[in-house]
Write a protein that binds this ligand. Structure first.
Ligand SMILES: Nc1ncnc2c1ncn2[C@@H]1O[C@H](COP(=O)(O)OP(=O)(O)OP(=O)(O)O)[C@@H](O)[C@H]1O
Ligand SMILES: CC(=O)N[C@H]1[C@@H]2OC[C@@H](O2)[C@@H](O)[C@@H]1O[C@H](C)C(=O)O
Length: 404
């Protein structure tokens, strides 16, 4: 048996494993690195987040990714080069971070790398009728494995598509394993560039879980702030607070086809972007608005989409006049205005809290989810991931890259 396989088997047989989860999301803010100690698998999973950091991308890295991000036409030579370059760059960030934490790379069992999504195109979002769902994450994992000398699992979304899913969201696996409860109805809301939610009714089976993207979280607000205010995002919603919501523009944004689409569904910045805003402004004759009023309206748009989708779940589920705890993660949790508006639009049945209340910080949650997916691939019973409505066969996700 090859030594790398032997080492993987040893990792799988241990009582607990050290797994580094990596996430670099649609906001292009940086690489999230979560060092997790994981025990068990499936619904017996126990996770301790030992360390977490976000390595912010310097401007030149953001710029490199922006060259190809969510663009249907790109320079293929550039993309080919960026794939390996970014993998090596992520690898170097991990090496530096482990050194800073004082942890040796041979103590880590595996890295779980999400990669950088650069294009996401579920069938409903592209024009090629001969093709189905597609998604592309770069930052090649062989480069990460070689740079860190740590076996790396990556590219989790392709198996989901190959087995009939849309490649996203994948949150329902980890959310179900780790966050489902016998005592309370839970709703996990992640507000990243794109917002998604996972419904975990009390005492649920995997087949009861509903997980779906719902539309823009921060992505249009961020793009607008970058273009008109030269900053990455609207800190605490301050710019939006100083503006006034324009109802005509809000109605026009709410008319976006994806918003009305039934859950589960998935999307990305390929749809929720400044072009969508510009079209909505033209449709509603609101091109003259001040930047602050546009931001106020975009903030309200995200809040309304979130609140409407949460409320819509009541019609999917029978017992929802019982209280539901909504646990929020993602950078949008820090946008105080957005959170105020979400709370204001929900009935008193919903109690809005941070995911920290369940032991995982809002910033770390997605990286931890990928660590849990890698753990499943190592030690899970494949049946633990079956039951998704559109996908009856059990699957294991992620490809394995060895360090040499
Ligand atoms: N203090 C803050 N005030 C307002 N917004 C904030 C604050 N901190 C973070 N954000 C928002 O959170 C975003 C980053 O969120 P996050 O890292 O969860 O997104 P992501 O993981 O890149 O996206 P996705 O989950 O869609 O892949 C920032 O771009 C910004 O819009
Ligand atoms: C294609 C892709 O990278 N999608 C991300 C993105 O960020 C949020 C939302 O859009 C979600 O669908 C997904 O990430 C989370 C981690 C998921 O798969 O559950």
């Amino acid at each position: 048996m090859h030594n790398h396989i032997k080492r993987l088997v040893e990792s799988a047989e241990k009582e607990s494993r050290l797994i580094i989860g990596l996430m670099s999301g649609t906001s292009l803010d940086g690489l999230d690195i979560a060092l997790c100690d994981i025990r068990g698998c499936g619904t017996t999973t126990q996770v301790k987040v030992l360390q977490f950091t976000t390595c912010e991308y310097p401007e030149h890295v953001k710029e490199k990714v922006r060259q190809v991000f969510a663009k249907s036409l790109v320079d293929l030579e550039y993309l080919t080069l960026l794939n390996g370059w970014l993998g090596n760059y992520h690898g170097q960030l991990i090496v530096d971070t482990l050194a800073y934490w004082g942890i040796a790379n041979h103590d880590i069992d595996v890295i779980a790398s999400h990669g950088q999504t650069i294009y996401h195109c579920p069938a409903h979002q592209h024009k090629y009728s001969e093709f189905g769902n597609g998604t592309l994450q770069i930052a090649d994992a062989d480069h990460i494995a070689v740079a860190t000398h740590i076996t790396t699992l990556s590219d989790f979304r392709q198996k989901h598509i190959a087995a009939g899913g849309e490649g996203a969201p994948l949150a329902h696996y980890g959310d179900y394993y780790y966050f489902s409860s016998k005592k309370e109805h839970r709703l996990l809301l992640n507000i990243g560039g794109i917002a998604n939610l996972t419904w975990l009714p009390k005492n649920c089976a995997f087949s009861d879980v509903l997980c779906s993207d719902i539309g823009a979280g921060n992505t249009i607000m961020d793009a607008y702030m970058q273009r008109h205010f030269q900053v990455m995002y609207d800190q605490n919603g301050e710019v939006a607070k100083s503006g006034k919501v324009n109802q005509a523009l809000l109605d026009s944004l709410m008319a976006a086809t994806f918003i009305k689409r039934e859950m589960p569904k998935t999307t990305g910045p390929e749809v929720f972007n400044l072009a969508l805003l510009s079209q909505a402004q033209t449709n509603s004759n609101t091109d003259h608005l001040s930047h602050n009023d546009v931001m106020a309206t975009l903030n309200m748009f995200s809040a309304k989409v979130i609140a409407e989708h949460i409320t819509l779940l009541s019609s999917y589920v029978t017992q929802v006049n019982e209280p539901v705890n909504v646990y929020v993660s993602g950078g949008g949790y820090h946008n105080t205005l957005l959170m105020e508006k979400v709370r204001a639009q929900l009935s008193s049945d919903y109690n809005v809290l941070s995911s920290q209340a369940l032991g995982i910080s809002p910033d770390a949650k997605e990286a931890v989810l990928f660590a849990m997916l890698a753990n499943e691939t190592l030690v899970g019973e494949s049946t633990s991931v079956k039951g998704e409505s559109k996908q009856s066969q059990p699957i294991t996700m992620g490809k394995i890259s060895f360090p040499d």
